[in-house]
Design a protein around this ligand. Structure first.
Ligand code: TXA
Ligand code: MG
Length: 320
């Protein structure tokens, strides 16, 4: 089936029938289900092997659809108007339309409007808000191509819509806008951009604050995330690279690598954080599969998209 509108119609019908669909977005691919159907949403948790205490993001086609499931504040309205469609998830008080399973029983819900034509067409064709986590097995590397989704979840989905490689490459920024704006997960929209729009400082939550916002039963349970299969260690930018048998290297700009380091990926030779984010997960997957015994990654400058990239690298290293 190559006619995109026929493919979207088929995917929308599958969603209305309670099935799962692989959905491209500008950040990573999502594993989508009807957010209003508790049984369909349970199938997401089962397919991913995801613990039920980790809430899902609800994807909408516009702000109006968001305000049918979440109660906006003044900050939320401003951010939705300025940043959607785009890589920003707003955590807001939830309305009764959303079943408990989506929010893990929290009284808030994360909503976002993805900036991808196929995602928007799918949400509109289904006529439903879509709950969608990243379309990877729980704790593994997020997918940035349709092939990545099929590798891990082919059996679970009715269809994977192929929207090409994801433009941004790391997940959305998750923001709790009120009572004072705080980033719960750094991602595709920078803190700097949020501060410029809001005209006030935006905090970044540490691990403890993040866990508290989720009311996690066992704080720290989600530390290892976005992880390759082989062990990954992280070194600070500017520190020397370790040398040894069977190591693969994930480098920011390709500087200071051991002579003869064969298995290596350079995130951005020219030092462009957007390029680094776009290629991060695919590079981690290639190194994971290259036959190395372990991977060494280097942190990137901790500004703008670098916050999100470093967060993913730290979690891949099990550092939380
Ligand atoms: O870019 C993205 O956000 C991708 C694409 C598919 O949209 N989705 C994604 O979903 O990354 P997932 O499930 O992998 O990550 C959702 C994050 C988790 O860290 C979760 O804890 C947080 O959002 N989250 C969701 N609802 C929340 C809530 N009510 N309160 C606090 N955090 C929430
Ligand atoms: Mg995820």
């Amino acid at each position: 089936m190559n006619d995109p509108s026929a493919e979207i119609a088929a995917a929308a019908a599958a969603l209305r029938a309670g099935r799962l669909v692989g959905m491209p977005t500008e950040t990573v691919y999502g594993l989508a289900a009807n957010a209003l159907d508790a049984r369909a949403v349970l199938a997401i948790f089962a397919a991913k092997g995801r613990p039920s205490f980790d809430p899902l993001i609800v994807h909408v086609a516009d702000a109006e659809q968001a305000w049918a499931v979440a109660r906006p504040s003044a900050r939320a309205r401003l951010l939705a108007q300025q940043c959607w469609p785009g890589p920003l998830t707003l955590v807001l008080p939830r309305l009764p339309a959303i079943p408990d399973v989506v929010t893990s029983g929290l009284d808030t819900v994360g909503v976002r409007c993805p900036d991808h034509p196929l995602a928007l067409a799918l949400i509109r064709a289904a006529g439903l808000p879509l709950a969608a986590p990243s379309a990877n097995r729980f704790g593994r590397i997020s997918p940035t191509t349709a092939a990545h989704v099929r590798e891990q979840l082919a059996d679970a989905v009715a269809v994977v819509l192929d929207g090409g490689p994801c433009r941004i490459g790391i997940e959305s920024t998750v923001l709790l806008p009120d009572p004072a704006p705080i980033i719960l997960r750094p991602g595709g929209l920078t803190r700097e951009a949020l501060e410029a729009i809001l005209g006030e400082p935006v905090a970044v939550a540490d691990r403890a604050a993040r866990d508290a916002s989720l009311a996690l039963p066992a704080p720290g349970l989600l530390a290892s995330h976005y992880a390759p299969v082989i062990p990954l260690t992280l070194k600070d930018l500017g520190q020397p690279w370790p040398e040894g048998e069977g190591l693969a290297y994930l480098s920011w700009r390709g500087e200071g690598l051991p002579a003869g380091a064969g298995r290596l990926e350079i995130l951005s030779q020219r030092g462009d954080l957007a390029e680094a984010a776009a290629g991060l997960f695919a590079a981690m997957r290639r190194l994971d599969a290259c036959g190395a015994r372990a991977m060494v990654a280097e942190s990137v400058p901790n500004v703008a998209l670098g916050l999100g990239i470093n967060d993913r690298l730290r979690r891949a290293a099990g550092l939380g």
